[in-house]
Design a protein around this ligand. Structure first.
Ligand SMILES: [Zn+2]
Length: 303
């Protein structure tokens, strides 16, 4: 039974501040988060599923935010619908968000994927904030960290399991997984052999030299494996120089990759970088043969 009200959220304006207050008022919030019940508890009077092209979600409300009415694209899967409800609830609770038209907020599929950029227009910033709110609410950091605790080596199977546990799409789970994992990991989303998006741990995973629209590097295991739906490859060694930007004189990390093929030509590639362990003089004194042997010992049980 939820008891949180908008009074509990007074003074919170950012996605993180709002979610922190919601969790404070609902310390036993179940997982998966009952997003529709939560929205109703916070003065969304109706959530209506619509079959319409070109939009993913909408919010109708008044300037004073007395109540709200959420529309959701019925053609989307259950997890995407949940994310959309969270996104629209974010627009409703962040009272500095103003709709583009008098008809209210109408948000596209692209809006649901917008991520933080160095430069953002106010309209883009609103979409980014609504996405951050939805992600934080559906994958509350304390519960998410707890679920990721002790998972061990990175593995795409964990992303699938977390997505199921939290009732989010694999892609939403992938983004948080890369962000929260202790190891430097990145998850590449590919479609028809080309890179679409990358989620990486910004503080620990190096910059990629492959950009959106580029083909997946020919050296990748992606091209060697049969595209079997729902199957995940083993973690195998990757060629770092084809994935990562290199600085002259700085050794590239050792890189591993794991591939999972999905529906409609989509695939995910998990990249795991192991940064060179440096001695005090900044050199790795192992020979390349020794490095290979160490790595094989580490991975031996997986082959
Ligand atoms: Zn929006």
């Amino acid at each position: 039974m939820l008891t949180v009200t908008r009074m509990d959220l007074d003074g919170a304006g950012s996605p993180m501040a709002l979610v922190t207050k919601i969790l404070k008022a609902e310390p036993d919030l179940p997982i998966p988060v009952p997003i529709e019940d939560l929205a109703r508890q916070l003065d969304i009077t109706e959530i209506r599923v619509l079959a319409a092209d070109g939009f993913e979600g909408g919010l109708i409300t008044d300037a004073g935010r007395s109540e709200g009415f959420i529309l959701v694209n019925g053609a989307a899967g259950r997890e995407r619908q949940r994310f959309t409800v969270g996104h629209e609830l974010g627009h409703f609770l962040m009272t500095h968000h103003a709709p583009k038209t008098d008809a209210g907020f109408t948000c596209s599929r692209g809006d649901m994927r917008r991520a933080r950029l160095a430069e953002m227009t106010p309209a883009v910033r609103m979409e980014v904030e609504a996405n951050e709110f939805s992600a934080l609410l559906l994958m509350p950091p304390p519960m998410w960290r707890h679920a990721m605790n002790g998972l061990g080596d990175p593995d795409l199977g964990q992303v699938t399991a977390l997505a199921r546990q939290f009732g989010v799409s694999k892609e939403a789970a992938a983004r948080s997984y890369a962000q929260y994992h202790d190891a430097p990991v990145a998850i590449v989303v590919a479609k028809d052999g080309r890179l679409q998006r990358v989620y990486r741990n910004l503080s620990s995973f190096p910059k990629l030299c492959v950009a959106a629209g580029d083909p997946i590097p020919p050296s990748s295991a992606f091209h060697r494996l049969p595209a079997t739906l729902g199957q995940m490859s083993d973690m195998v060694e990757a060629r770092a120089q084809y994935w990562l930007e290199s600085d002259w004189g700085t050794p590239l990390p050792e890189l591993s990759e794991q591939v999972a093929f999905q529906r409609d030509g989509f695939a995910m590639v998990l990249l795991w970088a192991e940064l060179a362990e440096e001695n005090e003089d900044g050199e790795d004194n192992r020979t390349s043969k020794e490095r290979l042997r160490d790595r094989q010992a580490k991975w031996g049980d997986r082959r």
